[in-house]
Design a protein around this ligand. Structure first.
Ligand code: GLN
Length: 190
């Protein structure tokens, strides 16, 4: 398969490395021309959602990518990527692609606990390492959304049809569970 990785800002290289490790192809999406390539799925990395949102609009990528995601392009968003996909952000008036029926809270863990590492079950497949960096969590969700992981009673991973989001950074821990889940998701949707 070939996965497009949004490469405007943030931790995109680590996603590419994980995909390579799993034997999949990827390419970077940086400008409109890159959207001419065909992709089986899209990854939106962690970083800063406001910066990525601004660059997506300035570079003329926003409308086209939103239409593709709404049209069923399987998409995996980590951290800032979760915020770009969230239908509502409780503490930010601005939303971005707003394609997923979740309400996220931005920078949800306060200053002291802004970044932390833990382990928790993911999608019933067992405990995996989870690194949180000024992360959001999912305060509520509805419709077809399924919660896939919880930490301290907060939902930190979810899926809605072809959309997958994690508040943590599975690309940083060397554990392929979440990427494998995404690739399997694409195969079953196809
Ligand atoms: N705090 C960032 C935001 O609001 C997300 C942090 C991350 O992606 N690691 O976009």
């Amino acid at each position: 398969m070939t996965i497009g990785v949004l490469a405007l800002q943030g931790a995109f290289i680590e996603h590419e490395q994980m995909l390579a490790r799993l034997g999949e192809n990827s390419f970077e999406i940086r400008q409109r021309r890159d959207l001419e390539r065909s992709m089986d799925g899209l990854i939106i990395p962690g970083g800063e959602s406001t910066v990525q949102g601004k660059l997506l609009r300035e570079l003329g990528l926003f409308e086209e990518l939103k239409a593709r995601i709404q049209g069923g392009l399987p998409t995996f968003g980590t951290c800032a990527g979760l915020l770009l996909l969230a239908g509502r952000i409780e503490n930010d008036a601005r939303t971005h692609f707003a394609v997923m029926d979740i309400t996220a809270v931005r920078n949800a863990y306060g200053r002291q606990l802004g970044s932390f590492h833990t382990e928790a079950d993911f999608a019933g497949v067992g405990a995996i390492p989870m690194t949180f960096i000024r992360a959001p969590y999912i305060a509520s969700f509805s419709g077809a959304v399924q919660a896939l992981a919880e930490v301290d009673g907060k939902v930190v991973a979810a899926r809605e049809r072809g959309l997958l989001v994690t508040a943590f950074h599975p690309e940083l821990d060397g554990d392929p569970t979440v990427h494998t889940y995404f690739l399997d998701m694409i195969r079953t949707i196809k």
